[in-house]
Design a protein around this ligand. Structure first.
Ligand SMILES: [Zn+2]
Length: 319
């Protein structure tokens, strides 16, 4: 499932390509993927331009000049792919910005004088295939001929058109915890978020989206290993110093994964057709039986909070 770093990868790429573009048409297959009234679509999407691309937890927000937003949840297998021309004046600047980064940090990206293509999210061949294909659920067209495809094999994801002022009031937004990478989010606030889960294990608590937003199984294991905390430790037994270390480690692994373009354990195909792995940075996740990169002990796999959990048994001990 795309997690915070994958969705952030989508946001970074689209925020350099979409702003200023005007929607001219949209088609979709199932209403489940695009549950919006045609009258709203005509009034608030068609003819509107993109003003910003934001993210909250794992939800992507494309803000429009009509004061509506496209709220997009990729769920299990969602991905977004932009294909468009790169021939406008300010387009050149956008392409240059994008080219500064290696394509591995962007999922899939290639650009030439005639076309820019960017795709990220669930890593499969639709990122590089000719689109639309059989996984395409929604196809947006811009007035300059550019296209944005929402592909979703398993159809759990969705694209909703909502007034921008209503977005913070949707149920998910009201419940979700703070962004772990927000500049104003401090280590002591981070520790404070766990007060509500004092009697559960730290692993269960850190995966709880109401505690902090967007932390999935990979980042939980990687950050607990980094902080040398056993995942079964009860929250009430974790010291202030440990929380502080965990916070630092969590930010480190999330930032690293964003740099690498996400962490999906599937292989991805880049623009040159080469396969790579987003998991190269993992130090403990799915590495059971291999030596701990810090102390050399054999890493083991446990089950904690109902999830496969990876630890160094020598350095992550239960008190
Ligand atoms: Zn170790």
């Amino acid at each position: 499932m795309p997690e915070l770093p994958e969705v952030e990868t989508v946001r970074i790429g689209l925020s350099e390509l979409l702003p200023g573009r005007i929607f001219s048409a949209v088609t979709h297959d199932t209403d489940k993927s695009f549950p919006n009234a045609p009258a709203d679509v005509n009034a608030f999407l068609i003819g509107s331009s993109v003003t910003a691309v934001r993210r909250r937890a794992k939800v992507l927000l494309i803000e429009l000049s009509s004061n509506y937003s496209l709220v997009i949840h990729l769920k299990m297998t969602g991905q977004l792919v932009f294909v468009g021309k790169a021939n406008e004046g300010n387009e050149e600047r956008r392409v240059k910005n994008v080219e500064k980064r290696p394509s591995s940090s962007f999922g899939v990206l290639h650009s030439n004088p005639d076309e820019v293509r960017f795709g990220a999210g669930h890593p499969n061949d639709s990122l590089v295939n000719k689109l639309p294909d059989k996984s395409t659920r929604v196809e947006f067209t811009f007035t300059d001929g550019g296209k944005l495809f929402f592909n979703d094999q398993r159809k759990f994801g969705w694209v909703k058109l909502l007034p921008t002022t209503e977005v913070p009031n949707i149920d998910f937004m009201k419940k979700v915890g703070p962004e772990p990478l927000a500049a104003e989010f401090t280590s002591s606030e981070f520790a404070g978020r766990f007060e509500r889960r004092k009697n559960t294990t730290i692993k269960a608590a850190i995966l709880d989206q109401t505690v902090v937003a967007g932390v999935g199984n990979i980042y939980a294991d990687e950050s607990l290993w980094g902080a040398k905390i056993h995942p079964s430790t009860l929250v009430k037994d974790i010291s202030k110093a440990q929380f502080s270390r965990l916070f630092t480690e969590l930010q480190y692994v999330l930032n690293l994964a964003i740099q690498k373009g996400g962490s999906s354990n599937h292989t991805y195909v880049n623009a040159e057709g080469k396969k790579g792995s987003y998991m190269d940075f993992a130090r403990v996740f799915r590495r059971e039986g291999l030596p701990c990169p810090r102390c050399g002990a054999r890493l083991v796999k446990l089950r904690v909070a109902g999830r496969g959990t990876h630890i160094c048994p020598k350095e992550q001990k239960l008190a």
